[in-house]
Design a protein around this ligand. Structure first.
Ligand code: URA
Length: 209
C-alpha cells in the first residue's frame, strides 16, 4: 500500500502478539509498548540524511558519518501516544517533544482538542506524530491539521495497529504524511475499535476502566 510501511520485524511481531493477549498485565503492556516504540523509531528514521565529520579515533583521524539536517520533533497524541515516547527518546535523546491533547468523543467519535504545546520553528523540523491505534483516524487527522496550521511541513505518522479505514482516511486527508505501523488489522467495529486489535490502548497502559 502506497505510503504505508508495515514493520514486520520478528521482534516487533512477537512483542505485538504479547500485547494483544488480554491477560497481559498493565506493567507488561506498557513495557512492550515502550520497546516497540524504540523499534518503530529505528525504522521511521531509517532514511535520515548523514554527513561526514572529522573525528579522531585512538588510532587515527577519520571522516565518519553523523546525522545531518532537520531536527526531530516527537509528537505523541495524548494519552496513549505517550506510551511510545520514552523508547523513542532513548534512541534520539536530542529530539524535541510536542504534546497534542485530543480525546475521542464516544458518541460522535470525532477528535476534541484540549491541549497543544509544541516547540518553535516546526517548519524546520521533521515531526513524527505517534498514536498506537490508527482507528477512525479522526485524532491523527486533527493532530496533523493542528501541526500544519502551526507551520509543520514534513510529518510522518507512527502507530502500532492500523485499521484499513483509518489508513484510507489519513492518506486521503494528508497524502503527504507516510505511515509506519506494526500491523494492519481487519476492520473497525461499530464502536470504532480495531478488530481483532488489543482493546483500548490507553486503558491497558494505565490500568483504567
Ligand atoms: N483506540 C484504542 O485504544 N483502541 C482501538 O481499538 C481503537 C481506538
Amino acid at each position: 500500500m502506497e505510503g504505508v510501511t508495515v514493520v514486520d520485524h520478528p521482534l516487533v511481531q512477537h512483542k505485538l502478539t504479547l500485547m494483544r493477549d488480554k491477560s497481559r498485565s498493565t506493567k507488561g503492556f506498557r513495557q512492550l509498548l515502550n520497546e516497540i516504540g524504540m523499534l518503530l523509531c529505528y525504522e521511521v528514521t531509517r532514511d535520515l540524511p548523514l554527513e561526514d565529520v572529522e573525528i579522531e579515533t585512538p588510532l587515527t583521524p577519520m571522516r565518519a558519518p553523523m546525522l545531518a539536517g532537520k531536527k526531530l520533533v516527537f509528537a505523541p497524541i495524548l494519552r496513549a501516544g505517550v506510551g511510545f515516547l520514552d523508547g523513542m527518546l532513548d534512541l534520539v535523546p536530542s529530539a524535541r517533544v510536542a504534546h497534542i491533547g485530543l480525546y475521542r468523543d464516544p458518541e460522535t467519535l470525532t477528535a476534541v482538542e484540549y491541549y497543544f504545546k509544541a516547540p518553535a520553528n516546526l517548519a524546520e523540523r521533521l515531526v513524527i506524530v505517534m498514536d498506537p491505534m490508527l482507528a477512525t483516524a479522526n485524532s491523527a487527522v486533527a493532530a496533523i491539521d493542528r501541526l500544519k496550521e502551526r507551520g509543520a511541513r514534513e510529518i510522518r505518522f507512527v502507530c502500532l495497529l492500523a485499521a484499513p479505514e483509518g489508513i484510507e482516511k489519513l492518506r486521503g486527508e494528508h497524502p503527504d504524511v507516510p505511515i509506519w505501523t506494526a500491523a494492519i488489522d481487519e476492520r473497525l467495529n461499530d464502536h470504532g475499535y480495531i478488530v481483532p486489535g488489543l482493546g483500548d490502548a490507553g486503558d491497558r497502559m494505565y490500568g483504567t476502566k
